[in-house]
Write a protein that binds this ligand. Structure first.
Ligand SMILES: [Zn+2]
Length: 125
């Protein structure tokens, strides 16, 4: 956490910048892999897509980068495998109490509930 060390160097483009650059590259790479995985999954190559998703997760783990939120929906929280809505996962939108999305993993039969945050700009009351 609070790694605020006093450095002799005036912090312009210091080590922090390099680290964030590396992270950014990893994130870009994960993005590419996940996009390819989605493409493959929509084409019906779910096995290949799963492999790619697995690799993307490993990459994030190895490099200590957090999986971007938009891709986190494509992984089952329980069995950690890549799930594709419509193929290996079922997505339902529920409105009871609060709006949320329910993903159902066909592999481990696990339900996951994701609350939906309303955008501030929604004109619907
Ligand atoms: Zn699962």
């Amino acid at each position: 956490m609070g790694l605020l060390r006093k450095s002799r160097y005036k912090s312009r483009r210091g080590r922090k910048h390099i680290l964030s650059l590396r992270k950014r590259l990893v994130l870009e790479h994960i993005d590419k892999i996940m996009k390819r995985a989605l493409e493959e999954a929509t084409r019906g190559n779910i096995k290949l897509a799963e492999k790619m998703g697995k690799f993307a997760r490993k990459l994030a783990k190895w490099t200590g980068v957090k999986m971007p939120r938009r891709w986190r929906y494509f992984f089952c929280r329980k069995c950690k495998s890549f799930i594709m809505p419509g193929i290996t996962a079922r997505i339902r939108v529920r409105q009871n109490r609060y709006p949320h999305v329910v993903t159902y993993c066909e592999k481990c039969k696990n339900y996951k509930r994701i609350p939906v945050r309303k955008n501030k700009k929604t004109s619907r009351g």
